[in-house]
Design a protein around this ligand. Structure first.
Ligand SMILES: NC(=O)c1ccc[n+]([C@@H]2O[C@H](COP(=O)([O-])OP(=O)(O)OC[C@H]3O[C@@H](n4cnc5c(N)ncnc54)[C@H](O)[C@@H]3O)[C@@H](O)[C@H]2O)c1
Length: 334
């Protein structure tokens, strides 16, 4: 499946972000990629020197900037968003501006440039607390409360899906939507649960301590189906290669308990672990979410990297690049 797309012109929004730069580096081996990003949560250092990568600093919420690109393409892959749980609570308006205006502008652009295939990132957050686990694509999408800013993100993704599907139907475009489930891997920023847990371990190591204290923000008994980045990139490639429209979960259905992640990190780092789980700052956080991946499996997809292997690779990257955190933590979006 790796490298299944070849010799295409691809526009990729959000390509300086976590998933975006891994996808960009993969796609650019066999295709020409026009990457757009406003660098709010993206980093230029992330993508390889490659003559197949053309970077344009564009804000997708600004239609004039988008239209100025004037680039024809075979596929538009739309990833740009304000991701990061802390941002959902602290910046709900911006999350919705980028989510809603972004997708509208992407489709206006694709219609204007006659781009026949559009691939759009949604999220497992559209399910919130799903009634069925593992969760198939066709269950209801919900916003549990209009008062909790956390749902700004899930709401913007529900809008994104609805708008994309109906735009595709009305204008006869092929639209593939994917719902990634808890992606992790090298260079994923600092505001996801995995790096948030790793950073105190790395700090303790850098100070030659023997013990690390972890203060959890959400329920420690919750579990997630984490999916390693290369497996997500495989899935995005697979659906981008389809001429028909569809909605797909992408993820790894193996469920991992939050406490077990901390115990694994304790093993990998060699540090003794103490846990303080007396606070729960993440109101509205769900306790379990697992994707049913039968639909994307029918395209030949299966995740390959098990959690301990992926976590070790990710830990090693953060350990080697711990100095970057000191430089990059001033970007409060990351
Ligand atoms: N990482 C995950 O676990 C996960 C899970 C579910 C869904 N997703 C979705 O997948 C996509 C990629 O996620 P990610 O983790 O790589 O996010 P990310 O935040 O690392 O990357 C998003 C990129 O979009 C860019 N961006 C933000 N606003 C922009 C704007 N107005 N104009 C242009 N660029 C803008 C950022 O600078 C960043 O480079 C997103 O749509 C996200 O919602 C990710």
């Amino acid at each position: 499946m790796t490298g299944s797309i070849k010799n295409k012109k691809i526009i990729l929004s959000g390509g300086a972000g976590f998933i975006g730069h891994h996808l960009l580096n993969r796609l650019a081996t066999n295709n020409t990629v026009f990457m757009i990003d406003n660098l709010k949560r993206g980093l230029l250092r992330r993508f390889n020197e490659n003559e197949n990568i053309n970077f344009h600093q564009i804000d997708i919420t600004d239609l004039d900037q988008m239209v100025s690109l004037k680039q024809e393409a075979d596929i538009f892959i739309h990833l740009a968003a304000i991701n990061g749980t802390e941002n959902f609570y602290q910046r709900p308006i911006e999350v919705m501006d980028v989510g809603v205006l972004g997708v509208i502008n992407v489709f206006k652009y694709c219609a204007e440039m006659s781009i026949p295939k559009v691939v759009v990132a949604s999220s497992a957050e559209v399910y919130q607390k799903p009634k069925t686990i593992p969760t198939p694509e066709d269950i209801e999408l919900v916003v549990p409360s209009h008062l909790n800013p956390r749902y700004s993100y899930g709401l913007s993704k529900i809008f994104t899906e609805f708008y994309s599907l109906h735009y595709g139907l009305q204008k006869d475009l092929s639209v593939s939507i994917f719902r990634p489930h808890n992606v992790y891997g090298e260079d994923m920023g600092y505001k996801h649960v995995i790096p948030e847990f790793m950073l105190p371990f790395l700090k303790a190591k850098s100070e030659n301590k023997k013990t690390v204290l972890i203060k959890t923000k959400g329920p420690i008994n919750s579990s997630r189906a984490f999916c390693y980045i290369s497996d997500i990139v495989d899935g995005i490639e697979a659906i981008s290669d389809q001429s028909s429209s569809g909605v797909y979960n992408i993820g790894n259905p193996t469920s991992i308990n939050i406490k077990d992640i901390l115990l694994m990190l304790s093993d990998i780092s060699g540090l003794e672990l103490q846990i303080d789980d007396s606070k729960n700052e993440h109101l509205g956080s769900v306790t379990e979410r697992v994707p049913d991946i039968a639909k994307i499996a029918s395209l030949g997809y299966s995740p390959k990297i098990n959690f301990l292997e992926g976590l070790t690779k990710t830990y090693n990257w953060y350990q080697k690049n711990y100095h970057l955190y000191e430089e990059e933590k001033i970007n409060t979006y990351l």
